[in-house]
Design a protein around this ligand. Structure first.
Ligand SMILES: [Zn+2]
Length: 260
């Protein structure tokens, strides 16, 4: 093989690996989430001058935080992703990235986040873990009695990386509470029907808890495979209400997590 050809082959290999890592966290979508970070820069400019260097550091820190958070989600969700027709071709379940490679990428992204935050100022450094965690957490659930009394709340990964919001909320309910039959579970996302990390998916937990009404902010057909949690709930006679007016907000929070 000629020297030029060998260099081209190496370049092609490196580029194709970079493309795999970029696709792993839907890197190109960072651009759509960036306005949220830049709004913060605008606010900061009221109290301190914003330099080009600071602007670049903010963009680097934000992109690294999103990479680390999304990579973490992909690693945690790999077994579920493998079962879902829509997500089974993602890098880890499809075998294009090993868990070790994905973990390595998340560690590097976390280091870049910490370094760029440290270069910005001590407060940014202190808040860096919170920024990454905020991008990880995606779903909230609240169980409300007919009289408006909040019976329980929960959020994704509340107690462990595998916790779902609905499950975290339902775990706090008293199974003997007579108000459950008339209570409503509000969730920002559709309760899951299939999961690998726990014996029972959220939809089954809702049915078992005796809840009769579920309100979801965002139920988008292409994201959730047909025959998802909402359909299972409806088959069981539970009223499932979607609030399209809130879909944009639920979608914005979950854009990074869902890889949209
Ligand atoms: Zn779930």
């Amino acid at each position: 093989m000629g020297r030029g050809l060998r260099t081209a082959a190496v370049e092609w290999l490196v580029l194709s690996r970079l493309r795999t890592y970029a696709s792993f966290v839907r890197f190109s979508h960072s651009v759509f989430a960036l306005p949220f970070a830049l709004v913060g820069v605008v606010y900061a400019s009221y109290v301190a001058p914003v330099t080009i260097v600071k602007l670049v550091l903010v963009i680097v820190a934000f992109t690294a935080a999103r990479f680390a958070a999304m990579g973490f989600n992909r690693i945690v969700d790999r077994a579920t992703d493998a079962l879902n027709p829509r997500t089974k071709d993602r890098e880890i379940p499809a075998g294009r990235l090993s868990v070790a490679q994905a973990t390595g990428a998340v560690v590097v992204a976390s280091a870049v986040l910490v370094a760029s935050a440290a270069l910005l100022n001590p407060l940014c450094l202190a808040l860096a873990p919170l920024a990454a965690a905020g991008l990880i957490s995606c779903d909230d659930a609240v169980v409300v009695a007919a009289d408006g009394c909040v019976l329980a709340t929960g959020y994704s990964r509340e107690g462990s990386p595998h916790d779902h919001a609905e499950e975290a909320a339902i775990a706090k309910l008293d199974p003997a509470d007579p108000r459950l039959g008339a209570a409503t579970l509000y969730s920002s996302l559709e309760p899951c029907r299939f999961r690998a990390s726990r014996p029972r998916p959220s939809a089954a937990l809702i049915i078992a808890a005796g809840l009769r009404r579920v309100v979801i902010a965002w139920l988008e057909p292409p994201v959730f495979a047909p025959g998802g949690g909402a359909e299972l709930l409806r088959e069981t006679g539970i009223a499932v209400v979607e609030v399209p007016g809130l879909a944009a907000q639920a979608r914005a929070i979950n854009a990074a997590v869902l890889g949209e």
